[in-house]
Ligand binder design. Structure first.
Ligand code: HAM
Length: 435
């Protein structure tokens, strides 16, 4: 029997071309986090399952977690998300660290999913979280960061939208209008979360199973049909509920002033599948109907530190996946051409005696911070340009047999064929030509 060369189901091998794309995505993520002064952190790949049981929700625990008993009989999981880890870490230091705490990380996560477009078993996720920020301000900054990242790739409000909701308002509607609490409320949340994923028929079937009264069912469907903040306010008013004091409305005013309201749209079906969210929740969606998967999801969670017996401290953040981001950028042709590696200069010689000279030149140029590929054996003239192009070189340097004695190297720019003969010892002139 021969072993399969394929990676484990739902995971990826990153060959250099794919890895270049991943590096590019990560670089933009790090640059964006730096712009907002977020500090980088990391945590372990394994956590005790209890950590997720406390807050993440049934779906993650029952269906998606990779878990096992270690040799010491601890029940551990490969991290399916980063929020419980970052909360655990913040719980250790929050008393000593000045607020707000602004942290980011790009962990790989494992979820046992049916692999499909936008969903794999291993993905990397840009996590950005702020802890201890005043109400609405954390949410505002987190949304700004998400928009900045998308803009750094050249994406605009034509390409993506941020669908937003407020779980405090949803709670109020569920409690006061639908008269639901506890378990029923949780089931309603799950159903709302699946609203767009289920066919109307399946959705109605699952709704029937909840045995709501006719009035509650009508109110629930009316709620799901709301399509703007104004409609939501009218719905609250018509049900004699307050419309003041909610983060969603306060946030709206700030978003307008910062001109990021063009990206943001109220959507009653956004409630998020994870149980720890308590306030604002949001997801970024591609506007292209061919690629309607959430690129990013996040929100505010006020009580997560309580599971560590710490005082509550508001946290807000998001996770943005590499798989969905890459699909989005590809759909809109926003990825640069990364098909080839990038090297400044490819050096070669046709003569054994020339090898030490080009190796020495390569060493001198690298000291100057210039990336150099040397061909490590002699290479015929008719092969040089083809190979240099394949290897992604911008310039080619050839030391011909007759030039070894005179020490002159011919350097050619591949894009415009502009060329110059330069003394191999004249690093300054070579550097100048390579600019
Ligand atoms: P999430 O919605 O489960 O949230 O995941 C966030 C994003 O990660 C999704 O929108 C998607 O882009 C990507 N993602 C999730 N699962 C997969 C998968 N199986 N394959 C590919 N991509 C995936 C969270 O994980 C929260 N912990 C995010 C957060 C951080 N909330 C506050 N801070």
């Amino acid at each position: 029997m021969s072993l399969s060369k394929k990676p484990y189901k739902g995971t990826r091998d990153f060959f250099p071309e794919d890895k270049r794309i991943r590096d590019y995505l990560f670089q933009k993520m790090k640059e964006t986090a730096d712009l907002y002064a977020y500090e980088s952190y990391d945590g372990p790949l394994l956590e005790e399952v209890e950590l997720y049981k406390a807050k993440s929700g049934e779906e993650l625990i029952n269906d998606q977690i990779y878990s096992f008993h270690d040799r010491g009989e601890r029940f551990v999981a490969i991290r399916p998300e980063m929020t419980p880890t970052v909360a655990r870490m913040v719980a250790q230091v929050h008393k000593e660290v000045s607020k707000p705490i602004r942290w980011f990380s790009i962990p790989n996560l494992y979820r046992y999913e049916r692999p499909q477009r936008g969903r794999l078993r291993e993905h990397w996720q840009f996590n950005v979280d702020i802890f201890g920020a005043p109400e609405t301000m954390g949410e505002l900054e987190i949304l700004q960061i998400a928009v900045s990242l998308m803009e750094s790739f050249g994406a605009t409000s034509e390409h993506f939208e941020i669908l937003i909701n407020d779980r405090e308002i949803v709670d109020l509607i569920f409690n006061k209008v639908l008269k639901s609490e506890g378990d029923l409320s949780l089931k309603l949340y799950k159903l709302v979360d699946r609203y767009k994923k289920l066919s109307r028929e399946k959705f109605n079937e699952q709704l029937e199973q909840l045995n709501l009264s006719v009035e509650s069912k009508d109110a629930f469907l009316t709620y799901l049909s709301l399509s703007s903040i104004d409609e939501l306010k009218k719905f609250l008013e018509s049900n004699k509920l307050e419309t003041e004091g909610f983060s969603l409305f306060k946030l709206g005013e700030h978003l307008e002033k910062l001109h990021i309201d063009e990206f943001v749209k109220y959507d009653p079906s956004i409630v998020r599948g994870l149980d720890y969210y308590t306030g604002i929740v949001f997801e970024i969606f591609d506007k292209n109907p061919e690629n309607r998967r959430a690129i990013c999801g996040g929100g505010s969670y006020a009580n997560i530190l309580k599971i560590f017996n710490e005082n509550p401290m508001p946290g807000v953040g998001f996770g943005l996946g590499d798989v969905t981001l890459r699909d989005f950028l590809t759909t809109h042709s926003l990825l640069p051409d990364l098909s080839k590696p990038v090297t400044k200069i490819f050096l070669s010689t046709q003569d054994e005696k020339g090898l030490p000279y080009i190796l020495k030149l390569a060493k001198d140029l690298r000291k100057e911070g210039i990336s150099v590929q040397t061909h490590l054996e002699t290479l015929k003239m008719n092969k040089v340009f083809n190979l240099a192009e394949k290897k992604g070189a911008e310039f080619v340097g050839i030391l011909g047999t007759n030039e070894i004695e005179s020490g002159v190297i011919q350097i050619k720019k591949l894009s415009d064929k502009n060329q110059k003969d330069i003394l191999i010892s004249n690093i300054e002139e070579i550097k100048g030509f390579l600019k």
